[in-house]
Design a protein. Structure first.
Length: 123
């Protein structure tokens, strides 16, 4: 099922992530999309696949809440979300900003996906 509106991409992402379905995750990205997770980045399907193979291991799960969707008339949208990554009994909160583009068939795919954890005060 493709994303019919920009915010659908978060629903599809969350479902694929929580099933640890790396191929379904990769299918949500354009072939030359950019994934930035903290200080690491992955450009293109092969690199994104390798990144998710490391991220969705050992029963990792995620909660995600879409906060903002800004859609242009030019077939682009920016999404902002907060998320919590659960793995091995610990939880890490984070934020994301994504750019998605409407495809010729009307579906939406990630072009840029940037995730980060909030800055922590230095002690």
């Amino acid at each position: 099922m493709p994303a019919k509106i920009p915010q659908d991409i978060h629903i599809l992402f969350l479902d694929a992530f929580n099933r640890a379905d790396v191929e379904a995750l990769v299918a949500l990205y354009e072939p030359n999309a950019l994934l930035v997770a903290g200080k690491a980045s992955a450009l293109g399907h092969d690199a994104i696949r390798k990144a998710y193979e490391k991220i969705v291991v050992d029963g990792a799960r995620m909660e995600l809440t879409t906060h903002t969707v800004l859609e242009s008339s030019e077939g682009l949208a920016v999404l902002h979300a907060s998320w919590t990554y659960h793995r091995g009994g610990s939880a890490s909160p984070g934020l994301s900003t994504e750019v998605v583009r409407r495809q010729p068939d009307g579906s939406w795919l990630f072009v840029i996906d940037e995730t980060r954890t909030p800055d922590r005060p230095k002690s």
